[in-house]
Every structure is written in C-alpha cells, then in structure tokens.
Design a protein around this ligand. Sequence first.
Ligand code: AMP
Length: 280
Amino acid sequence: MKIIKTASALTKYISSVKSSSKTIGFVPTMGALHDGHFSLVQQSVKQNDVTVVSIFVNPLQFGANEDLDAYPRTFKEDSEGLRNRNVDVLFFPEYHTFYTQSHQTYVTNNAVQHLYCGAYRNGHFDGVLTVVSKFFNVVQPNRAYFGRKDYQQAYLIKKMVVDLSYPIKIVLGKTVREKSGLAMSSRNKYLSDAQQTNAVSISRGLKKILAMHKLQNSTVAKIKKSIEKDLLVSGADSVQYIEVASRETLLPLSGKVVDTAVVLVAVFYGTTRLIDNIEI
Ligand code: AMP
C-alpha cells in the first residue's frame, strides 16, 4: 500500500492508473477506522481495480466549539487495517498542502443542508461537500463509497454528484452496528461504559418505531414522542432532534408516516453527540 501525502503526488499516480484503463474506488474517511469504514473499503476492493482511501480530519466541517482537536487519531492502526484489506493507496494529506492558504470557494446545497444536523452544525455540510468535491477532482474515482449511517451526508453527496455532473457512481453501505445495536462511530470512543450501554436505546427506539409503523400507520408526532420518551428514560442527556423525512427529497414530513420515509435522530450522552436513522 502506497501512502501518499500530497495532491500533486496523487494526481501523478492517478494518471498512471487511468492510462491503463483501471477502475478506481474511493473511500473518504476521517480515520479512527472501525468495521463501518472497513465494510466500505471491502466493497471498494471487490468492485474496483484500485482502491484509494483518504484519512483527513477536515477542519472545514467542524464548528468553533466542536471536537476538531480531540477527534481520535489512530494512524498506525488505521494504516495497518487498510494494508491488511489490500487497499492500494492511503491518501493522508496535511491541511496546509491540501487547501490553499486562503480557501474561499465552497460547495453548498441550498435546500437540505440547513436541516437536521445542519441546523445545529453551522457550516458543517459546506465543509463536507467542499472537501468531498476536492477529493473527487483529485482522485477521479469511478465509484465512491459512503455510509448510510450519515444519512443526510450521503443524500447531499448523491445530490452534489448529479447537480454538478460528476461522472461518479455513489455506492451507499449499510450501517454497521455493535452487537448491542449501537451504530459504530469513531466518536463512540468518547463514551463511558455506562453511556455505551444507555446509547443502545437509540437503535432500540428506532426499531420500535418500525414495529409501531407496521402495526398502526403511525404519525410523525407519535413517533417523535415515543422515541424521545424512551431515549430520555434510558439515560440520554438530551435529544437534539428527531425528524421524519422523505427519502426522496429529505424534506421533513408531517402527519401520517409514509413507507418512503426515514427517521433521523441526534442524541447527546454527556458532550458526545451520536446520530442514527432508520428507513421505514
Ligand atoms: P467518517 O470517518 O466518520 O467521516 O466516516 C467515513 C465514512 O464511513 C462515511 O461515509 C460514513 O458514513 C461511513 N461510516 C461511518 N460509520 C459507519 C457505520 N457504522 N456503518 C457504515 N458506514 C459508516
């Protein structure tokens, strides 16, 4: 596995791959890799001649009071895990070489990025779309892999690819969970044992919604009330949002819940914010 640290070196490598007509799969990450990331990596290795994985904790997508400095960085374990899974290139750029000194240009989605996570994380999705767009321009993948766990992010990236005519197929991987049901996340490292146990109620609550919906054609209001109560009773410190959205447009739904909806939640355990979702 090559470890490449600059966009110019990666560009050279990519041109040699393109000249031999090989396909490229790309998995962008922020590191602190777990089986959720590795499931995307394995799909890419299977489906493409060459797989590029990036590890980059992107400052543009962190707010002023967020965990940019504290974000777990485990490069040695990450690179070993990627090497063992036959990744061809680990792209590991430094901020100052990847962004120009006075970065000014952003990719924005005006319809959906200010909802849900975006309503609480100012500028977050501008940062995500901008860095993914930069990566796409350098890596020029045939396929790029993202997790459904970050549902709104996956939606925005799919939309960006269509709106901006990137010739890239976006492949979405299913959410990989701990045995307990807790969605794997690099931020789970912040949780105490008790918080890990309590946080299982997120996936349990989402599953219960599915059962409720099957039984009684549930309403958005009922769903929100039921899951919020369960989460708070079982140890969540606060529920930031519970929303029911259309999977097609990701715009919020009200009234009766339809079969093409997705339920999105963000919950705090102490200062750790976890997100999860379920498709109805
Ligand atoms: P991150 O390192 O958190 O930016 O995540 C990199 C990619 O891995 C994103 O596409 C995430 O949606 C995906 N991912 C993170 N956690 C999971 C998980 N538990 N299951 C599947 N994909 C995940």
